[in-house]
Write a protein that binds this ligand. Structure first.
Ligand SMILES: NC(=O)c1ccc[n+]([C@@H]2O[C@H](COP(=O)([O-])OP(=O)(O)OC[C@H]3O[C@@H](n4cnc5c(N)ncnc54)[C@H](O)[C@@H]3O)[C@@H](O)[C@H]2O)c1
Length: 312
C-alpha cells in the first residue's frame, strides 16, 4: 500500500513497483489530481482508493496488505506559519491512524517519508541520524518528528519493522511544488524578472526522485529492524545556482533576479538556510546514486520544463 501514491514521489514509486507487485494507492487527491497514476487505474493488480488517511473508514477493510509505504502528508512546508494545524492533521493524526490500521490488520512493514526538517538548524553539518536534540523550526518538521516517534513506539509495541527515511530535497518528474517548479512557473509568466524567496544563498542537498525511490526499496530490504536513514546526496546546491540553471535551460537572457531577502535571508518563516545530511549510513548499505545534487537539479529542470510544456 502506498499512501500519497498519486503525488510526486508516490507516482514515481508506483512506476518503480508496478511490475511484479500488487499495489494499493490511498490518496485523497488534495495536492494533485490522479493524472500521474491515471494509466494504472483499472489495470490488473492495481487498486486506487480515494480516501483521507485522517478519517479513512475505507481502509479498515483492507486486510491483504503486507507493506505500507507512507508518503501521504501535507507537503507544503512554506505555509506552516499561516496555519500549522494542516501539518498536525495530515502528518500527525494521519500517521497515527495509519499505524492503528497497521496494528489492527497485523501489517508488519513500513517505509516512512520523514524529512531533514526534523533536525531544525543543526549545529553539525553534515548532520548524522544520531544528532540531537531535534529542534524543528517549522510545524512541518515538528509533525514529521511526531510521526517518527509514534512509528518507533508502534514498532516496539507491535513488532513492526519500519524504515524512517529523512529526505533531503527531492526533485524530478511529476513534481508539483518546490523551488524548480516555482521558478519555471514564474518565468513562464514573466521572462524579464524572477522573484527569488530569501537571499539566494540557501544551500541544500538535492536528490533525484528515481534515486529516492530506488534507495528506499534497497535500504528497507536490507534492514533487519527499525532504523532511521538520511536520504540525500553528499553535495549541496544553492538557490541562485538553481535559478541560473532554470534560466539557462529555458533559453532566456537578461533575466533580473529580485531577491525578497526575508529574515536572515530565509525563503520563508521556518526555512532552514543550510541543510546537509550525513549520508554515510545510506551509502554504507552499498546503494549507489545515479546523480549528484547538481546533476539531479539539472535533470529535474529538463523534466519539469518538458512536463510544463516549455519549448524554446
Ligand atoms: N518532495 C520533497 O522534497 C520531500 C522532502 C522531504 C519529505 N517529503 C515527504 O515525502 C512525501 C511525499 O512528498 P511529495 O513531494 O511527493 O508530496 P506530494 O504533495 O506530491 O504528495 C503527497 C500526496 O499525499 C496526498 N495526501 C495529502 N494528505 C492526505 C491525506 N490526509 N489523506 C490521503 N492522501 C493525502 C496528496 O494528495 C498527495 O498526492 C511526503 O510525506 C513529504 O512530506 C518530501
Amino acid at each position: 500500500m502506498i499512501t500519497g501514491g498519486a503525488g510526486f514521489i508516490g507516482s514515481n514509486m508506483v512506476e518503480r513497483l508496478y511490475d511484479g507487485n500488487r499495489l494499493t494507492v490511498v490518496d485523497n487527491l488534495s495536492n494533485v489530481d490522479s493524472r500521474y497514476i491515471g494509466k494504472y487505474i483499472n489495470s490488473n493488480g492495481f487498486r486506487f482508493i480515494n480516501a483521507d488517511i485522517v478519517s479513512m473508514p475505507e481502509m479498515n477493510d483492507l486486510d491483504d496488505v503486507d507493506v505500507v509505504i507512507h508518503l501521504a502528508a501535507n507537503s507544503d512546508v512554506r505555509n506552516g506559519s499561516n496555519g500549522p494545524e494542516v501539518d498536525f492533521r495530515n502528518n500527525v493524526v494521519g500517521t497515527f491512524n495509519l499505524l492503528e490500521y497497521m496494528r489492527k490488520n497485523d501489517v508488519k512493514e513500513l517505509l516512512f517519508a520523514s524529512s531533514s526538517t526534523v533536525y531544525g538548524e543543526a549545529s553539525k553539518l553534515p548532520t548524522p541520524e544520531d544528532y540531537g536534540p531535534y529542534m524543528p523550526i517549522s510545524s512541518y518538521g515538528a509533525s514529521k518528528m511526531a510521526g517518527e516517534g509514534f512509528i518507533t513506539a508502534y514498532s516496539h509495541y507491535y513488532g513492526i519493522k519500519a524504515t524512517i527515511f529523512r529526505f533531503a530535497n527531492i526533485v524530478g518528474k511529476n513534481s508539483t511544488h518546490g523551488v524548480i517548479f516555482d521558478f519555471i512557473k514564474k518565468l513562464q509568466k514573466n521572462q524579464h524578472e524572477l522573484e527569488i524567496l530569501g537571499d539566494g544563498t540557501q544551500k541544500k542537498s538535492y536528490m533525484h526522485v528515481t534515486d529516492c525511490v530506488s534507495s528506499m526499496i534497497y535500504v528497507h530490504e536490507r534492514m533487519g529492524r527499525t532504523e532511521i536513514v538520511n536520504l540525500g546526496n553528499r553535495e549541496m546546491t544553492s538557490v541562485t545556482t538553481i535559478a541560473q540553471k532554470v534560466v539557462e535551460k529555458m533559453g532566456l537572457q537578461g533575466v533580473k533576479f529580485r531577491y525578497t531577502g526575508g529574515r536572515d535571508g530565509r525563503g520563508w518563516a521556518g526555512d532552514v538556510k543550510v541543510a546537509q545530511l550525513d549520508v554515510t549510513k545510506l551509502f554504507g548499505t552499498g546503494w549507489k546514486n545515479s546523480l549528484n545534487s547538481d546533476q539531479a537539479v539539472e535533470k529535474a529542470v529538463e523534466e519539469t520544463l518538458q512536463q510544463m510544456g516549455w519549448t524554446n
